[in-house]
Design a protein around this ligand. Sequence first.
Ligand code: ADP
Ligand code: TYD
Length: 223
Amino acid sequence: MPRPVSPVHARPGAGLFVSLEGIDGSGKSTQAGRLAQALVAAGHDVIQTREPGGSPGAEDIRRLLVSGAPDRWSAETEILLFTAARRDHLEKTILPGLARGAVVITDRFADSTRVYQGCARADLRQTVDALHDRLIGRDPDLTLIIDMDPHTALTRGLARQSGEDRFEERGLAFQTALRDGFLALARANPQRCRVIDGMRAEAAVAADILAAITPFLPQGSPA
Ligand code: ADP
Ligand code: TYD
């Protein structure tokens, strides 16, 4: 085994690292906002962030990733850009947040690379895992996977007209493969992943998310 190149770890026991994952338009950003609000109202120190992005340098890289033609980058270049953005996000936002004891809620993290780039090019999945081990070296304490029908999610997502549709333009078959990919990840990582049914009203989804996170909060904390 090669020695990892400067892996990054937060102090054990400090803060709580939570990711929201799922296909495009599944309600991650909506739920990240609701969760952050609920935890702040309950007195927690919360950092709400997102990928690609979440730090000034990573937001610069995001602009390269989410706009332009679908074939703008090769699969290999794309993996490097996502990983570069994630490393900066981890160094500048996530680890300092965890070190101060905050609940860090990120809209997407490494599971998105495993699933999106793994679905696009299955032969590159080992490269994704190797880069993660060597340069990121950390997964969330809890991952909430919002699961829903890709057709409904795609309609919701494209209705936003955000101008960031480079990935969404790849269509329904790709979104269906992504959904299966996220569910497979949840099955493979039952200790940190919880699947949340996203096909319901926002408040019902939010209540399930709060119930899932409560056991992970510091003892005695209200949620
Ligand atoms: P994501 O971050 O996963 O792409 P968003 O949170 O941006 O998803 O939601 C996509 C769109 O769907 C937004 O217009 C949002 O207002 C809407 N939306 C989110 N959750 C629900 C829900 N439970 N029911 C109906 N519409 C929703
Ligand atoms: P995001 O802004 O979360 O999109 P959405 O709100 O539509 O869910 O992410 C932008 C796109 O980048 C999205 O289609 C998923 C894709 N993506 C990857 O392919 N790999 C990654 O590692 C990440 C973080 C995102």
